[in-house]
Design a protein around this ligand. Structure first.
Ligand code: C2E
Ligand code: MG
Ligand code: MG
Length: 419
């Protein structure tokens, strides 16, 4: 019989302490023992890691984050791989952002964090964290419910913008028919290279940046990086059109066309090397201003693409009066078009609309060969998705593209790096 839903009698947890400072370790041991619990002390994290294999799930770990050899973050990584990880009390002598970053990381790994403490330590706070039973009691019944990932604060995002912690990854779009067009172009996708948590994807920071009104700062970082990278590739004889995502606030900024053409001229690149992607749902907000900006961009030679097409409920008439050259069918339809008749009908309609309005049609989110082949049959011009390659850091992408251009696209497929 499963015991999952039966309350278990409470047995006292074993407490492990990892801290490289002898005085603090002694003090922590005293507080733990004062609370009537058994303490196991370690000066070095790697000694502790050797010990953790046999853990049975009723343990607490008081972990100092800053240690000379193996630090607290590496310990968290080890705990994440355990079947019965201890609950955590994180301590640090550094500022509170380090503690909150480590807490976020632990939560993202589905670990239970009882609390965080800054040095100098408050004995009262530590005792109450040790004596609380709630965490131990609740995790027993949680099943597969993972703790929610904490949202970032506006201050954290502002700091990331000021320190320029954003990097671009590049995902290829592959052309079916080569009527003079290059076989590959690429979309620039922004990621936050968080100093503690690693790579963070746009859905976790773009909405907040938008709410704070800081989109222009991110867009400027993205443009600068994309254009520098394109210049470098051009020097390496890799000529590729790059698509950059812009948001509604960008396309209502009347100075956007001029700043883009200035940046391109400064880097000796021409405007035809850039495509701007605007999601359909963002297009209709301030129609007149965006029409002004988009038209001037087209006049300067920049290509425009409607992203996530099919999800925005916009008026087709208004939409097709705008000067777009490309339409990207949203991946929610593409991913199931082989098995779902409705999705297939929408994809066909998008391809037909593209033909009627002389727009290039790209399908995004193409994950398998069957979908790719069907799209080619239906007359779609290009595909983007994991079947070609996942988004890659600049160096990987450069190598990928070189290889892809020199090998036969049917006989040898370039490797698909995982990012
Ligand atoms: P998007 O522009 O529609 O980008 C396509 C998204 O689909 C990317 O997610 C990409 O990694 C993902 N994707 C590509 N191929 C496949 C596939 O075969 N299967 C699946 N399941 N997914 C695939 P990502 O990078 O997380 O970006 C999400 C969205 O964030 C983007 O959607 C775009 O709207 C926005 N974004 C990304 N970079 C920027 C940026 O620099 N500026 C702005 N304003 N928005 C950006
Ligand atoms: Mg896009
Ligand atoms: Mg899209």
């Amino acid at each position: 019989m499963s015991s999952d839903l039966v309350a278990q009698p409470f047995s006292a947890p074993q407490v492990y302490i990892v801290d490289d400072e002898p005085d603090i370790l002694q003090m922590l041991r005293d507080v733990v023992e004062l609370s009537g619990l058994v303490a196991h002390c370690f000066f070095q994290a790697d000694d502790f890691i050797k010990e953790i294999q046999g853990f049975d799930g009723n343990n607490i770990l008081i972990l100092d984050l800053q240690m000379p050899k193996v630090d607290g973050i590496e310990v968290i990584r080890h705990l994440a791989a355990m079947e019965n990880p201890p609950e955590l009390i994180l301590i640090s002598g550094q500022d509170s952002s380090v503690l909150s970053g480590a807490e976020n990381l632990a939560v993202a790994h589905a670990l239970t964090v009882r609390g965080t403490l800054e040095k100098p330590l408050s004995i009262g706070s530590l005792r109450s964290l040790l004596e609380t039973q709630t965490a131990a009691a609740t995790t027993k019944f949680k099943g597969d419910i993972k703790p929610a990932v904490r949202d970032f604060s506006a201050e954290e995002i502002r700091e990331a913008l000021d320190l320029n912690q954003f990097v671009l990854h590049y995902q290829p779009k592959e052309e079916f028919a080569l009527s003079g067009a290059a076989k590959y172009s690429a979309e620039c996708l922004v990621r936050w290279q968080h100093p503690i948590q690693g790579l963070i994807y746009p859905d976790r920071f773009i909405p907040l940046i938008q709410r704070q009104g800081w989109m222009a700062d991110l867009t400027s970082i993205v443009f600068n990086q994309a254009i520098m990278q394109q210049r470098q590739w051009q020097k390496d004889d890799l000529h590729i059109n790059l698509s950059i995502n812009v948001s509604a606030s960008d396309i209502t900024s009347l100075t956007l066309p001029e700043s883009i053409s200035r940046l391109l001229t400064e880097n000796e690149l021409d405007t035809t090397k850039i495509t701007l992607e605007v999601t359909e749902s963002e297009l209709m907000g301030e129609l007149t201003t965006s029409l002004d900006v988009l038209t001037r961009l087209r006049l300067k030679g920049v290509r425009l693409s409607i992203d996530d097409f099919g999800t925005g409920y916009s008026s087709l008439l208004q939409l097709f009066r705008m000067p777009f050259s490309e339409l990207k069918i949203d991946q929610s339809f593409v991913s199931k078009m082989v098995v779902d008749m409705e999705a297939l009908a929408i994809v066909k309609a998008c391809i037909m609309l593209g033909e009627q309005f002389q727009m290039r049609v790209v399908a995004e989110g193409v994950e398998d060969q069957a979908t790719k082949a069907l799209l080619e049959d239906l007359g779609c011009q290009a595909v983007q998705g994991y079947v070609i390659a996942k988004p890659m850091a600049a160096d990987f992408f450069g190598e990928w593209l070189t290889l892809a251009l020199t090998t036969s696209n049917t006989l040898v497929r370039p490797p698909l790096p995982n990012t």
